[in-house]
Each structure stands twice: as structure tokens, then as C-alpha cells.
Design a protein around this ligand. Structure first.
Ligand SMILES: Nc1ncnc2c1ncn2[C@@H]1O[C@H](COP(=O)(O)OP(=O)(O)OP(=O)(O)O)[C@@H](O)[C@H]1O
Ligand SMILES: [Mg+2]
Length: 250
């Protein structure tokens, strides 16, 4: 059975997409078969992986909304991708009256899931139907949290949402961990935030190794490459590897 991990945080710009792609790459590097699923209408993961969302004729939208067969792009940096585009914005409205709509992604992935060791889902920064579908499909949720004071404000809502999903819609969902991201150890605020995240994690689930703030992450994404290929010497690469090894034991 594949492990299906949703990278979820309703806050924007915390590193969900960057982690999805880079941890996916590290898992593929460990020899695992990996599928990345872009559930964000912004299509950042699709773009980071080298595709232009606007040019795609078929995306995850067609599978989720029209229940067409899932179209995958194969062997992008050793991973497969179910891409998205802005059209996915329409899912909320178009599925408003659909029965069991929160099951649509699970149905779309059902036949593909047997072929993969890991399916990583990049969630949008919202608590809408696209995130709910992702959390209903997932076996595990990974929670990136930015090591900034403002990031902690949304954490209570985030945890409450996940616990609600676990109680109501997906009783098998487990918390894979919280990942502190964009950590700049030179600032007091970042250190204090990291301590607060660790304290929250003690009550919620495992804490993962901390991802440092490195501009190479943005440069690698712009170059449409995983960090390990763009800047193999970056100290962040070994942290990503460490997280992938932990995920491999889930
Ligand atoms: N560890 C890091 N250090 C420095 N920059 C980073 C790091 N992680 C991500 N970034 C950059 O921060 C920005 C936001 O990251 P990313 O797109 O992964 O976040 P996100 O949570 O997926 O955002 P959204 O909520 O909009 O989908 C990007 O420009 C990315 O390159
Ligand atoms: Mg994103």
C-alpha cells in the first residue's frame, strides 16, 4: 500500500510546495516510486517541476471534477506528476452540490495508488474543498510551519482542522510530523518560534528536522530543479534527506 502524504497548512508561503517537490526527490533518490499531486490552482508545483500550467490540456481538475481518467506526466526528475492549473479554482463551485465530493481525489487516485510507494499531495493555502479532499485521501499529513511569530497564530486553527478531519472524514489519517521551515538561527524571533513549534508538536505529533532559510531554495525552484540537483552542497540537502529517511519508516 502506498503512503499518501498531504503537505498541508492553510497559511500561504510556508514552504509546502518546496517541501513536496524536494522530499519527493529525496524519496525517489532512495529508490522509492513517487507520485506528486498538485492540488493547488496556483500550479506552483507544476511550474517547479518544469511544466507550464497554462499550456496543459488535461490536469487534476479533469480527474477530480469530471471524473476522467487521471493524466500523469512521467519521469520528471525521477518522479511522476499529476499537474494542476488555475482551472482547479472552479472545483469548489462546480462540486458545490455533488454528493461525496470530498472523496473525489481518493477516487481519482485509486487505480494509480497501487503503483507508487509514496504519493505526495501539495495542498493549496486554504481550508476549502481542495484541502479537505487531500486530507480525506491522505494516510498521513505533514505540516510545514514557518519559524516566524506570525506563523504560530494560525497553528491552533490548523491543528483543530486536522483533528476534525481525523474524527469525521478520515479516521485513518495520521500526523507524520511538523516541519519547521525557513529557519534563520541568527534572529531571536526565529529561535523563539522554533521553541514554540516544538512545544506544540509535543502535543500533536513528531517534530521533523528544521529546514534552514536558504535563497538556493527559491533559485532552485526558479530553475525548475530540486535543491539536491541545483545546489548539491547546500546544507539543506542533508536535512531534506533526513526527513525522507524518517518518512520512509512511516
Ligand atoms: N527554506 C527556505 N528558505 C528560503 N526560501 C524558501 C524556503 N522554502 C521555500 N522558500 C521560498 O519561499 C516561497 C514560498 O515557498 P512555497 O511556494 O514552497 O510555499 P507554499 O506554502 O507552497 O506557498 P503557497 O501557500 O502559496 O502555496 C518560494 O519563493 C520558495 O522558493
Ligand atoms: Mg504552494
Amino acid at each position: 500500500m502506498s503512503r499518501i502524504i498531504a503537505f498541508f497548512n492553510q497559511s500561504g508561503g510556508v514552504g509546502k510546495t518546496t517541501l513536496t517537490m524536494n522530499i519527493g526527490y529525496q524519496l525517489a533518490d532512495l529508490g522509492r516510486k513517487v507520485l506528486l499531486v498538485d492540488m493547488d490552482p496556483q500550479g506552483s508545483l507544476t511550474a517547479f517541476m518544469g511544466l507550464e500550467p497554462m499550456d496543459l490540456e488535461t490536469t487534476i481538475y479533469d480527474a477530480v471534477v469530471h471524473q476522467n481518467e487521471l493524466m500523469l506526466y512521467q519521469d520528471l526528475h525521477g518522479m511522476d506528476l499529476a499537474p494542476s492549473s488555475i482551472e482547479l479554482c472552479r472545483a469548489e463551485m462546480e462540486l458545490a452540490a455533488a454528493l461525496m465530493r470530498e472523496q473525489r481525489l481518493k477516487n481519482a487516485l485509486a487505480s494509480a495508488s497501487e503503483s507508487y510507494d509514496f504519493i505526495l499531495i501539495d495542498c493549496p493555502p486554504s481550508l476549502g474543498i481542495l484541502s479537505v479532499m487531500s486530507l480525506v485521501t491522505a494516510t498521513h499529513v505533514m505540516i510545514p510551519i514557518q519559524t516566524e511569530f506570525k506563523a504560530l497564530k494560525g497553528t491552533e486553527l490548523l491543528v483543530r482542522t486536522i483533528l476534525e478531519i481525523m474524527q469525521v472524514a478520515n479516521k485513518k489519517l495520521k500526523i507524520a510530523g511538523m516541519v519547521p521551515t525557513m529557519f534563520d538561527g541568527r534572529t531571536t524571533q526565529a529561535n523563539q518560534s522554533l521553541e514554540s513549534i516544538k512545544a506544540i508538536a509535543e502535543q500533536v505529533g513528531p517534530i521533523m528536522p528544521t529546514i534552514p532559510r536558504k535563497t538556493d531554495f527559491a533559485n532552485a525552484s526558479q530553475a525548475q530543479m530540486p535543491l539536491a540537483l541545483y545546489a548539491p552542497q547546500s546544507p539543506a540537502v542533508s536535512v531534506l534527506k533526513e526527513i525522507a529517511v524518517k518518512m520512509d519508516t512511516l
